[in-house]
Design a protein around this ligand. Sequence first.
Ligand SMILES: [Zn+2]
Length: 429
Amino acid sequence: MAATLHVLRPQTPPLAGFLRLGHTGHRKLADLHAAGRFPFKRIVVDAAHFGEQRDLVKTLKAAGCEIVLDPNAAEMATAGRYGSSSLQKLAWSNPDRPWEPSDFGRHRNHDLARAVALFAIEAGVHAVLAPTHLIEAGATAWRAVDLRLCEALRHELDQAGGREIEIDYQLITTAAVLKDAKLRDGLAADIADLPIANVWLRVSGFGATATGAGTRTFVESVRPLHVMERALIVDMAGGFAGLATMAHGAVAGISHGVGQKESFKASDWNKPPSGGGGAGARTYVPELDRYFKEDQMAAIYAARGRSRFSCNDGSCCPLGAEDMFENAHGHFIRQRHLQIEDMSGTPETRRSEQFLLKHLDPAIRSARFGAKLKIEDQKVADAVNAAKVRMIRLRDALADLDSKGQPATRSPATIFRGGTKGISAVLGR
Ligand SMILES: [Zn+2]
């Protein structure tokens, strides 16, 4: 029993789940909140959609949620997005063409930072993401501009009465940049000195559908960013891939929407915006780590997959499969919340093991079961099989990473900024 004396100091810093309200579906989220079925405490709202979502944001803030504003500056510098009507409503947009780095020379255009600051103050948010832009290997012209804009935003917030509003830096980049040690470390050195709280990572090519190899590479190439000593939040990353980055200590939080903004591809900015996840009922199936449409699930159920692949969580979907589709939003956010909470409640040195044994392995067992079902619709059968193969590769890559031992560094935890004024004062924040 001597082993029981060998107890490590409990180390369970909380993990954070940020929910992006996105561009559709906020009415469903409002209904869920009214029904007491909205467990997320951290919210990201796009400036471009704040108008429609103002009431929901106000309600969530009053309920103690932390509110983070995304000024959508990066999109304004892209040919495919700058002209969208929702962006054009914002005071810092350019009606004529996408913004270019040269528009923000040292002595030009400080209006953007001021406009974002005034918007953030008026919106009453707790934090605002710095107005940054895509940094690609060989295309880093925004780098110096973004650092200046971040400092200018701090100045403007302080001047205009928004001293208590924090800035989180968002590093919008690619996996190639993260793998480029010189460029990555240079960016980290730049960002570390800024007047910011957390650092968000939005990485093109990473997200809910990342491969095992891609997820492992992401975890390994993010670790050197821990020198900044800032909490890292991986943005637009859902699914097991997103959860894995937290479980392995690379980041302290994840951020995504409900069936949207779960992955990020910079090239999508060159295309017209898609309708988004609100249309057509799709529901999240944790055992397969993906969404399915109702008729696709019907094909799985018809092949005797019902008990395995319908929601068995009575307080989430009391009627099982029917509820999963009736209330796909509620089902998704509850299941994701439970996944994050389980990891958050596990001491950090055991999180990767917990993730592999309690989340990924049971899902793989179910996926294997699913792959053996005689599903008549071949496309659905292929999708189930592909989900199985993907999760096995994810597990193999992460188990190998785990076998190398505990990481030398971990992301610090992010500090909760919501709550009521009274509580905040007591906590000294
Ligand atoms: Zn459910």
